[in-house]
Design a protein around this ligand. Structure first.
Ligand code: HEM
Length: 526
């Protein structure tokens, strides 16, 4: 077999033979030059998401192209126009047919549970079934409204309580920046969403376990004797699953947010065991924390490594502060940050542009012609190459590769460009943060994916990340341990992403209350 393969590679290029047989309307194939069928797999493992960019030479700079591997035909989309069409074609290009198989491995769902979740997942037969019901619940509950506000308020209050800790006075604390964010976000999100009897409150060592699990998710996904090959994340997952199963079995979810009460009820109603309903919460926890934590890390790193930007943001964020009790209490209002602090909001969006390279992945359920031109064959996988689109100069301009905190600002002539759904009117000529810079198509900003499965947590994420960053930058000095300006770490773009990019290495920081505000107690409100 190996000899036939080697001869085949030498004499013909197997992948080119396939290209000759393909329907001419299929996106052009980029064959692997050296190792047919497995070369692209090695390339993706070796280079991570950057591989899609490396493949595009002058000759192969196609808006959409095909990669053939042993097991699959993968279509890579790097034109925003085509990305928009792909994400709108949710009937034939399915998110769930891809994601459910991945989820099964990372949260250890058993086969009976998979039969329940796969049933009518793509609404083939109407609006019934566990996945359609869960999808609608998440879009409703996480959309702007009372339930979202109630979760955000509890979470913001918890951030403020944790940051008012006396330990930050004087010389402050030396810590890892990522560890600092992980600890506060895990504790506060768990309280806000999973209630006072959440697994992390009941068993605090699970915070560490969750992040050990998260850093080994790719190894668990590979699923090759994970108890041996991915022992640390595997054991961490065992402990978290036990905590989550206990959360459902002892009905602690009845004291959680309405989001979790309804999620667990839907899962049990559709026949999941209490054990599997516990496992299901692990993927939700990953959705809640997996992107928000590294994004907050990068936002803080981007701000505190640029002293001029920090000074500007401190002045701007003061607009959102009200002072009480003779200056002893300062409350930051997140809705004011969203509407009146364009540089902060723009820095948040630019941070995401720089780190969000997670491909939107879809499975082709039936032959689909897009843009009247490209045929996507049944059973292929489609990946929208977010990382490539986010640095495309023809979309973002000549400075696409650099960090521009003001990229998402416009001097508005109407209030229609305003970023947030806030209520404040914008005067003509005033600066606002925009959803997108002028002439950039909406599908080119890929941080939250798009189409019918666009991230439902994006409103929640914006409030928590922008609110937390505002409190930290107003109340604290975050420096290198020796007191100098922190260095922005490099992005680890070789890692296969399941979330936004991580740094190559963590940043050690000293966090201490700013002298002028040592006696101030901070609050964070919507
Ligand atoms: C900066 C933070 C976040 C980023 C960058 C992010 C990004 C994404 C992306 C790229 C997708 C896939 C969309 C697609 O393939 O088109 C997604 C889906 C999802 N996200 Fe987020 N997310 C964030 C925060 C959150 C939060 C805080 C929550 C929950 C509170 C959440 C819940 C979800 C859920 C449930 C889905 C699946 C949607 C579905 O099944 O229809 N995300 N997110």
């Amino acid at each position: 077999m190996i000899i036939v393969y080697a001869l085949g590679c030498l004499v013909f290029n197997f992948e080119r033979l396939l290209q000759a047989r393909a329907d001419p309307r299929e996106p052009p194939l980029i064959p692997h030059r050296g190792i047919p069928f497995i070369g692209h797999i090695i390339g993706m493992f070796w280079h991570g998401a950057k591989y899609f960019q490396l493949l595009c030479s002058e000759k192969t700079n196609y808006p959409i192209y095909t990669l053939q591997t042993l097991t699959a035909r993968t279509v890579i989309v790097k034109s925003p126009t085509l990305a928009g069409i792909v994400q709108r074609s949710s009937r034939s290009l399915s998110f769930y047919s891809m994601i459910l198989e991945v989820t099964k491995r990372i949260i250890a769902f058993d086969e009976p549970t998979m039969r329940i979740v796969r049933d009518n997942a793509n609404r083939e037969n109407g609006d019934y079934g566990l996945m359609p019901e869960t999808h609608d619940l998440l879009s409703n509950v996480l959309g702007p409204g009372a339930i979202l506000n109630s979760m955000s308020s509890i979470q913001l209050e918890s951030f403020a309580n944790m940051l008012n800790n006396q330990g930050f006075l004087g010389d402050g604390v030396c810590t890892s920046l990522m560890g600092f964010v992980k600890n506060i976000f895990t504790t506060s999100n768990a309280l806000a969403i999973y209630g006072p009897e959440n697994p992390f409150a009941m068993h605090p060592s699970l915070i560490n376990d969750f992040w050990n699990y998260e850093s080994g998710m790719i190894a668990l996904l590979a699923d090759i004797f994970p108890a041996i090959t991915a022992r640390k994340p595997y054991l961490a997952r065992e402990r978290i699953l036990k905590g989550l199963q206990e959360f459902v079995e002892r009905e602690h979810y009845k004291k959680a947010s309405l989001l979790i009460q309804q999620r667990v009820s839907i899962n049990l109603k559709h026949g999941l065991t209490t054990k599997m309903a516990g496992n299901a919460e692990l993927i939700m926890l990953f959705g809640i924390l997996g992107n928000a934590v590294p994004t907050t890390f990068w936002l803080l790193a981007n701000i505190f490594s640029r002293p001029a930007l920090l000074t500007e943001l401190r002045q701007e964020a003061e607009k959102a502060v009200t002072r009480k009790d003779g200056q002893k209490e300062a409350v930051i209002h997140v809705n004011v940050l969203k509407t009146s602090c364009p540089v902060l909001v723009s820095t948040y969006r630019e941070t995401l542009r720089a780190i969000a390279n997670l491909a939107s992945v879809r499975f082709v359920l039936e032959d689909t012609l897009i843009a009247d031109k490209y045929l996507l064959k049944k059973n292929s996988i489609v990946q929208i190459a977010s990382g490539v689109i986010h640095v495309d100069e023809s979309v973002w301009g000549p400075d696409a590769a650099s960090f521009n905190p003001r990229r998402f600002i416009s001097t508005s002539s109407t209030n229609s460009e305003q970023f947030s759904t806030g209520t404040a009117a914008v005067a003509v000529g005033e600066q606002t943060a925009t959803q997108l810079p002028k002439n950039v198509p909406s599908a080119a900003y890929r941080a939250f994916g798009g189409g019918s499965v666009i991230c439902p947590g994006r409103h929640f994420a914006q409030s928590e990340i922008v609110g937390f960053a505002a409190l930290v930058l107003l109340a604290f000095d975050v420096t290198a341990e020796d007191g100098g300006v922190i260095q922005l770490p490099e992005r680890d773009d070789r890692r296969i992403p399941l979330s936004v990019m991580k740094p190559m290495k963590d940043v050690r920081v000293r966090i201490r209350k700013r002298e002028t505000f040592e006696k101030v107690r901070w609050g964070l409100e919507l």
